[in-house]
Design a protein around this ligand. Structure first.
Ligand SMILES: NC(=O)c1ccc[n+]([C@@H]2O[C@H](COP(=O)([O-])OP(=O)(O)OC[C@H]3O[C@@H](n4cnc5c(N)ncnc54)[C@H](O)[C@@H]3O)[C@@H](O)[C@H]2O)c1
Length: 333
């Protein structure tokens, strides 16, 4: 097999972007797509020469596909992964993998036990300055990582109908958590590993988004280190990722949202040395992630997000939700 044959499920904002990104991936071909709402996608896929399927079940029944790409609302992900596993299909799931640790473990186990691969829509890991930062941290160049500070803010949901699934507690608990905060949790896990405790506060200060607009999170990690995460859905786009270490620090600013990347600025400080500043030009990180998923199936290459980190991410997500509801610090066993 030299090309992965996929079905795309959900053709809203992100599903359409993914179809167009995949059209530029030589290792992947989109064979079929579906959406619960035919008017959402039938014309879109016809223009691109992709087959339309009437349902997810009929996508999974096809022998002409190897994998599905789930671009559906969050509460659907876990059940859809289990269905795909039963039909022997690999899964690339948009974030978050699940809304509870129990669901995350079931999904990971269902795939692993059948020798199937799981990819996850955390494209920030594939951004060139983040790849460089993680390598610098791994090589000990800034000493022991002590604390991460990061934000991911945007205002794309302002003006959306309030009955959109994005504002439902069952699909998007803790407001900005599943939209943007989850990407920063992924990066925090990549730096520090498993969490031991989470404290979070959620506000609805702008008043427009009924499940909250402003999220502040403190994560304490089992092996040491903290992450301070800010996710706001009522202010214009900004993205920042900084890690402070015992002998230096890294600070990355995004020039634009990942849907339309416009490059990054990275600063690196090492004690006793002149501060370094690097500009990165635009890069298709969403596509890199999809290609890495395809390579893990086609060539056996290691997918850069290990499944134990996927599970650690969802454990933090679940604790954030609990802490915003109780107002308490949540310990993770
Ligand atoms: N990686 C990223 O940076 C990024 C960015 C945006 C969205 N996303 C993720 O993409 C996913 C979809 O988000 P979106 O913004 O495209 O939402 P959306 O509402 O624009 O689109 C979702 C689509 O899924 C369809 N759908 C719902 N249930 C379905 C089902 N059971 N089977 C088939 N289709 C179904 C809906 O009709 C809708 O067209 C979410 O997981 C979201 O978090 C990721």
């Amino acid at each position: 097999m030299n090309q992965l044959r996929v079905g795309v499920v959900g053709l809203g904002w992100w599903g359409k972007l993914i179809v167009d990104q995949l059209s530029q991936c030589p290792s992947v071909v989109v064979v079929v797509a579906t959406d619960l709402a035919a008017e959402q996608g039938k014309g879109f896929v016809a223009e691109r020469g992709i087959d339309w399927a009437e349902s997810y079940d009929s996508v999974l029944a096809l022998e002409t596909i190897d994998a599905v790409i789930l671009c559906t609302p969050h509460a659907a992900h876990s059940a859809q992964i289990l269905q795909a596993a039963k039909k022997g299909k690999h899964v690339f799931c948009e974030k978050p993998l699940a809304l509870s640790t129990q669901e995350a473990h079931l999904s990971i186990e269902a795939m692993k036990s059948r020798g199937l691969k799981l990819g996850l829509g955390h494209e920030k890991r594939f951004e060139p300055p983040i790849v460089k930062a993680l390598a610098i941290i791994r090589d000990g160049e800034i000493g022991t990582p002590l604390q991460m500070e990061a934000n991911f803010n945007q205002d794309k949901f302002l003006g959306m109908s309030q009955d959109n699934w994005r504002f439902e507690e069952r699909n998007a608990p803790a407001g900005p958590l599943t939209a943007t905060g989850i990407h920063l949790i992924d990066l925090a896990v990549a730096v520090f590993g498993r969490a031991k405790a989470v404290t979070a506060a959620l506000g609805r200060f702008s008043g427009e988004l009924r499940n909250g607009d402003t999220l502040g999170v403190l994560v304490e990690f089992a092996e040491g280190g903290h992450a301070l995460i800010s996710a706001i859905l009522a202010t214009p786009f900004s993205g920042r990722f900084a890690v402070y270490g015992s002998s230096g620090w890294i600070d990355i600013r995004d020039n634009a949202h990942p849907e339309n990347p416009k490059g990054w600025t990275m600063r690196i400080a090492r004690r006793g040395a002149a501060e370094e500043s690097i500009s990165f030009s635009s890069h298709p990180s969403v596509r890199d992630n999809l290609e890495a998923f395809a390579a893990s199936i086609l060539t056996g290459a290691i997918y850069p997000i290990p499944t134990d980190e996927m599970a650690a991410n969802v454990a933090i997500l679940e604790a954030v939700v609990q802490s915003t509801r109780s107002g308490l610090r949540v310990s993770l066993a």
